[in-house]
Design a binder for this molecule. Structure first.
Ligand code: TXA
Ligand code: MG
Length: 320
């Protein structure tokens, strides 16, 4: 991870990215949620490189990104509930966990050996163009070193991974700024919200009915580890003012005018889009602790508070 990889846009960049992926190399890929670090999901060597670059524990499975519902149906078994969600939210920031299809191209390593698979059709035009040109599933975790803040700009990816990525496709700042919502739809099981994300719970439940909490099964998402998504600085939640050695991350109209503010108008969609970028900025200021003002649970507040609680949790070396 010495020199910086090229950050590219346009047609020629897509061709170069496809070449690199076919060559089992890694590519930084913009999505509407956060940037992903993409590898050929069918190639175990490429996927092993991905785990190594991320420093991710091997047992944490990856999302297979595909270009369409048809491509998803070749990788996983989508039941009626899964189809209904897919029709409503794909392309978009929804990941479905379903039984893996018998003929899936996604390799075992990418699924961490599970009998299930996580699938998503992203909405970002460059991601769709890349998937279309590549013609197969791409494993892509968020492009952050394991346990750290997710990237929302091409430069974040280049800075974090250096030349362990072949190139980074520049799709501008991520629109949502927070990861996809993950819903599991397994036979004989209720629909479960495994990770709150860029689609508010209420919008998902309009299709599925009440979503259950994650089950106690063998699968645990790294996003479910207690300490995750962490900046270097400590995090103090529900802060109403700053103490010595702290910097404030504001929310809403009551925040001091000179503080960074996730959303001066108290809009959780705007706050999600700003979350990782502002945490990065405050982290870079060198302060010991980032004090975050209270954020309501409604709308995307559930996903934002989930990430902030994990960022604030005691760190047990590494995270995932
Ligand atoms: O928005 C997103 O989802 C971004 C962009 C790049 O698409 N990706 C992302 O990937 O957040 P990652 O790897 O950082 O998080 C994927 C989550 C992990 O918590 C993983 O454990 C979970 O999905 N996951 C993957 N396969 C699973 C499975 N078969 N069962 C349960 N959870 C699974
Ligand atoms: Mg992640």
């Amino acid at each position: 991870m010495s020199s910086s990889p090229p950050i590219l846009e346009g047609r020629a960049a897509i061709e170069r990215a496809v070449g690199a992926l076919r060559d089992a190399q890694l590519v930084g890929m913009p999505t509407e949620t956060v940037y992903g670090l993409a590898a050929d999901a069918a190639n175990a060597t490429a996927v092993a490189r991905l785990y190594a670059a991320k420093g991710r524990p091997r047992f944490n499975p990856l999302i297979s990104h595909v270009a369409s519902l048809e491509a998803a149906a070749a990788e996983g078994e989508l039941d009626e509930r899964a189809n209904a969600l897919a029709m409503r939210f794909w392309p978009g920031p929804l990941t479905l966990v379903v039984p893996v299809a018998a003929m899936a191209r996604t390799c075992d390593l990418a699924r961490a050996g599970l009998e299930t698979i996580a699938l998503r059709v992203p909405r970002h035009p460059l991601a769709l163009e890349l998937l279309g040109a590549f013609g197969g599933p791409l494993s892509a975790p968020s492009a952050n070193p394991s346990g750290r803040l997710s990237p929302t700009r091409a430069e974040d990816v280049a800075d974090a991974f250096g030349d362990s990525v072949a190139l980074v496709l520049d799709g501008g700042p991520s629109a949502a700024g927070i990861e996809s919502s993950i819903v599991s739809l397994l036979p004989g099981e209720p629909a479960r919200l495994l990770r709150p994300g860029a689609i508010p719970r209420e919008a998902l439940e309009a299709i599925t009915g009440r979503l259950q909490a994650p089950g106690g099964g063998a699968v645990s998402a790294p996003g479910q580890l207690a300490s995750h998504y962490a900046p270097r600085a400590g995090i103090r939640l529900n802060a109403n003012r700053v103490r010595a050695g702290e910097v404030l991350l504001g929310f809403g109209g009551a925040a001091p005018k000179d503080a960074l503010n996730l959303s001066p108008s108290g809009d959780t969609v705007e706050a999600a889009a700003n979350l990782y970028r502002m945490l990065r900025e405050l982290d870079a200021s060198g302060a010991g602790t980032i004090a975050v003002m209270p954020i309501p649970e409604a709308g995307l507040g559930e996903a934002i508070n989930d990430r902030l609680r994990r960022a604030a949790a005691p760190r047990r070396g590494g995270g995932a």
